[in-house]
Design a protein around this ligand. Structure first.
Ligand code: PLP
Length: 338
């Protein structure tokens, strides 16, 4: 079953079945790649430099921070981000690095990054590249072998598969050093008995998502545009943080004067599930690190809400949201900022 699941995934992502490694989450896949690729250079006693972006998901961001804290000789260089949420200036990749970790599309704004250019630069300097493609796999075409990245992370629950299954694609060389050790399963990169049922469910979900990708993308693009235009009409001072090129179902906006927490609660009472940019940490509502990196003012960032449209979102859902948006925002603004 595992072998068949690997073949289905390899077919969907244009890689070899041997390159497919099952993990317990996208977070685990990111960790195995970034930590493992850095460890290769530690083993060779080389200077350690990580090139990444300030807008990575915590699965990469916190991994890089924890490596830099524990290993004082690790230098971290951050590629600059434009106000639209995109990486443009790749100069930091002119010199070789121990590892580069760059996300393909951002989970908050949906901004699609120039990953082909990043991969080309990395190849020129033989810098191993890890791509966090958790938001992309199953939504946009992925050709792992043509891209030439060293490793890539995906997560099954982002494309209709089960929660608790991640995918790490790992080229034959360079292989990330093992972060956990054991019986040597999955090329020793992720030892331990894999979840065969989860792997097969993931493979089948991915095949279906890839087959329906084009139609679904067009449908989501038009629904997201309807939502964005409707919000612009009904709510004043709306700030839109999602700019092209972007994922079809993401819309990240701010309602200045309202706190994200209040908006989430009010939308939730209507059965509408929305998210703040970054999760609440110890009960404190913090502004999204992604928006701050884009230069958005803190008080505007604190009123940011992400609408994510997916396979089960219908036009009726969008219209229901639009019918209530003005009232929700007015009530949240009355509640004010904490
Ligand atoms: N990377 C990105 C870009 C994500 O959006 C997520 C999940 O939201 C992850 C990594 C982590 O994946 P998982 O939830 O499977 O641990």
């Amino acid at each position: 079953m595992l072998a068949e699941a690997r073949e289905i995934i390899a077919d969907a992502l244009s890689c070899e079945p041997i390159e497919v490694i099952f993990t317990g989450s996208g977070t685990e896949a990111d960790n195995l790649a970034v930590r493992g690729l850095l460890q290769n250079a530690v083993d060779r006693e080389e200077t350690l430099r990580i090139v990444t972006t300030p807008i990575e998901h915590p699965a990469v961001k916190e991994t890089v921070s924890s490596l830099a804290t524990r290993m004082p000789h690790v230098q971290v260089d951050y590629l600059p981000v434009t106000s639209s949420g995109h990486i443009e200036d790749l100069e930091l990749l002119d010199l070789p690095a121990t590892v580069a970790a760059v996300m393909w599309a951002n989970n908050e704004t949906g901004a699609i990054q120039p990953i082909t250019k990043v991969a080309e630069k990395c190849q020129e300097t033989e810098t191993p590249l890890h791509v966090d493609a958790v938001q992309v796999v199953g939504h946009l075409p992925v050709d792992f072998s043509a891209l030439g990245a060293t490793t890539m992370a995906a997560s099954a629950h982002k494309f209709g598969g089960p929660r608790g299954v991640g995918i790490l694609l790992a080229k034959r060389s360079p292989v990330p050093s093992p972060v956990i050790t054991g019986g040597g399963q999955q090329r020793g990169i992720r030892p331990g008995t894999p979840d065969a049922a989860g792997a097969m469910a993931t493979a089948v979900a991915l095949r279906e998502a890839v087959t329906e990708m084009d139609g679904e993308r067009a449908r989501l693009e038009s629904l997201t545009a309807r939502l964005r235009d409707g919000l612009k009409e009904s709510v004043d001072k709306l700030v839109v943080h999602t700019s092209e090129p972007n994922l079809p179902g993401h819309l990240f906006v701010s309602f200045p004067g309202a706190e994200a927490d209040s908006l989430i609660m009010l939308f939730d009472s209507l059965g509408i599930e929305v998210a703040a940019g970054s999760a609440c940490s110890s009960g404190v509502n913090r502004a999204s690190h992604v928006l701050l990196a884009m230069g958005v003012e803190e008080k505007v960032a604190r009123g940011a809400i992400r609408f994510t449209l997916g396979r089960t979102t219908s036009q009726e859902d969008v219209d229901f949201l639009l019918a209530h948006a003005a009232d929700v925002v007015e009530r949240a603004r009355l509640a004010g900022m904490a």
